[in-house]
Design a protein around this ligand. Structure first.
Ligand code: 6V0
Length: 332
């Protein structure tokens, strides 16, 4: 305080921007990549980390705090006690059980459901107005589980979904056409996983629709080439995991990008997992699946009415069916 004695009569500083708090549950590879991207991008005033392993959690907290001299000012806290998340505007869940050798995907999922039964209720209790952003896999089913456990309206429960798949897709298209990935508008929708759907009909680069441009110019393109780009997107997570053991940086940037749209009310459109019942002919149950959705301070503000070809909407409905089949086998 002594440092400031001479200017103590100055008008008290009034905060001009809203105070934000983000909590990240799960301080593993993905949670920490998200945390560090959020910090470097100055997206929050407070960051709370929660994990089940106290030593690792404290180690991660200290390691980030020690970077304070190089970062925008952010209060960083961590605890195994959910009280640390009190008053969060956004809670990001990345906690997940690891697959045991020979374990079925369904068994792993059931274990993650049990985990969510411990995680979601305290988050809701300490931050009743928060927005939940689910990242743990299988993300679409677990977003549905989180929605059920939270009792929140569906606009406040979002899954990171195919936001990452779409950025991989944009990178590959940009690489192929030798343009900037930020100029490529392209969406992968549906399940975050093997049955995802590439929306070829709506891809544009700098506002130019790609497929109709190629057709008008009579530039031959092979449907197979397009399918291969999509296959590469589906394979890319497996490839990164087989090479480095997990994925982290791209999911970190992708989730920070969602956090920015939500907390700064950017109203941008992202392919994320939302309650999709009734959209694009998806019926037969309450299912969370990725659709291009507008995100802002209220969470999901709407789903865009993008034109889908008959083949694309059929694939989307099939993708929803795949998720529902898994979901229906779960005990929540
Ligand atoms: P990790 O490195 O094993 O981290 C998981 C963390 O969760 C660990 O630190 C655990 O201690 C912690 N944890 C376990 N149980 C609890 C609990 N009850 N409460 C709090 N914390 C707990 O895994 P990693 O970080 O690599 O992946 C986390 C999850 O993200 C997995 O389910 C991945 O499949 C998923 N991903 C989702 C992606 C997406 O696009 N949606 C992308 C990448 C990974």
């Amino acid at each position: 305080q002594a440092f400031f004695k001479s200017i103590m009569n100055a008008a008290p500083s009034s905060p001009t921007k809203r105070h934000n708090k983000i909590s990240v549950v799960g301080a593993g590879n993905v949670g920490m990549a998200i945390a560090q991207t959020i910090l470097t991008q100055d997206l929050t005033d407070e960051l709370a980390l929660v994990d089940a392993v106290p030593e690792k959690l404290r180690g991660e907290m200290l390691d980030l705090q020690h970077a304070a001299a190089f970062l925008p000012r952010t209060k960083i806290q961590a605890s195994i006690d959910y009280a640390v998340t009190t008053g969060s505007d956004l809670c990001i869940v990345t906690a997940g059980a690891r697959q045991i050798n020979g374990e079925s995907r369904l068994n792993l999922l059931q274990r993650n459901v049990t985990l969510f039964q411990k995680i979601i209720p305290p988050l809701v209790r300490y931050s009743p107005d928060t927005i939940l952003l689910i990242v743990s896999n299988p993300v679409d089913v677990l977003t549905h589980v989180a929605w059920k456990l939270s009792g929140f309206p569906s606009n406040r429960v979002i899954g990171s979904g195919t936001n990452l798949d779409s950025s991989r897709f944009r990178f590959l298209i940009a690489d192929h056409l030798d343009v900037n990935a930020q100029d490529v508008q392209a969406f992968i929708v549906g399940e975050h996983g093997d049955s995802s759907v590439a929306l070829w009909s709506s891809i544009s680069v700098g506002g130019v629709p790609v497929l109709s441009f190629l057709e008008k110019q009579q530039i031959a393109y092979e449907k197979e080439m397009l399918e291969n780009i999509h296959k590469e997107v589906v394979q890319s997570a497996y490839e990164v995991i087989s090479l480095k053991g997990y994925t982290s940086w791209a999911i970190g940037y992708s989730v920070a990008n969602l956090a920015r749209s939500i907390l700064r009310d950017q109203r941008r459109v992202h392919p994320v997992s939302v309650l999709a019942k009734g959209f694009y002919g998806i019926d037969g149950g309450e299912v969370f699946i990725s659709l291009p959705a507008q995100l802002g301070r209220g969470g999901v503000l709407g789903v865009t009415n993008v034109h889908l070809t008959e083949e694309e909407s059929q694939r989307l409905r099939d993708s929803a069916k795949t998720i529902l089949e898994v979901q229906n086998q779960l005990a929540i």
